[in-house]
Design a protein around this ligand. Structure first.
Ligand SMILES: [Zn+2]
Length: 225
């Protein structure tokens, strides 16, 4: 588990500006963390798809979930590579501004259970949300939406099982501070939308006016259903 982190940390001291994916040292836009060659392997949703998703489904995603995105998500979920989430968060922040579809009052990352956070050492959606916030200037609210139940991972479950697995997993603390606000919920992947829909249901019941989602990736190349 720690192997990636140790190697990455050593490399980041020797080569502070390397591409996080191919470890190339000399490339343009070093502050983005990913070189152009690596970035070309990602499939970014075009403006039209984002706009249609937002209009019809109250949210949008940045990348199509392909093998490169799968590797990145796997790294920050299971290989102690939180800096990948940081770099992806920076990309998401730039994309969020470029799309300019809505302007929420708060950014809320999908919470993980405290036991899972303790084991992983971080919540990757919190890292992404912080980076988006730095770029957009919209504050992150971390402690209002909580995961009260440690659910099994949604991966491998069908739609009905996912809905049952996630039902009642979230709660809102101090709902008064969300009353009448517009929020955007951040997650790493949109598959069936069950996790995000459950989060939206819970925060809306706490008085949120409009709840949108914005995810790093989506398994669908067409508009979300
Ligand atoms: Zn690269």
């Amino acid at each position: 588990m720690l192997f990636c982190n140790i190697i990455e940390k050593i490399l980041s001291v020797i080569y502070p500006d390397k591409c996080v994916l191919c470890h190339k040292i000399n490339f343009e836009n070093k502050e983005s963390g990913i070189c152009d060659e690596c970035f070309k392997k990602f499939i970014v949703f075009d403006d039209e798809i984002c706009k249609r998703n937002f209009m019809e489904n109250n949210g949008f995603s940045m990348f199509l979930y392909n093998s490169e995105i799968r590797d990145i998500i796997h790294k920050f979920k299971y290989n102690d590579c939180g800096h990948y989430a940081r770099v992806m968060g920076m990309k998401m922040g730039e994309f969020f501004i470029k799309q300019n579809l809505f302007c929420p009052d708060f950014i809320i990352p999908v919470p993980i259970h405290w036991r899972r956070k303790m084991k992983r050492g971080y919540n990757q959606t919190e890292i992404m949300a912080k980076e988006i916030s730095k770029i957009c200037g919209i504050p992150v609210v971390n402690n209002l939406l909580i995961r009260k139940r440690n659910t099994v991972p949604q991966f491998g479950l069908n739609r009905e099982m996912r809905i049952k697995n996630i039902e009642g997993a979230f709660a809102v603390k101090d709902s008064g501070s969300l009353e009448g606000k517009d929020v955007v919920i951040i997650d790493d992947i949109y598959t069936t939308g069950t996790t995000l829909n459950e989060c939206i249901k819970v925060i809306k019941s706490a008085g949120v006016k409009n709840a949108y989602y914005f995810t790093l990736s989506s398994t669908e190349s067409f508009i979300h259903k």
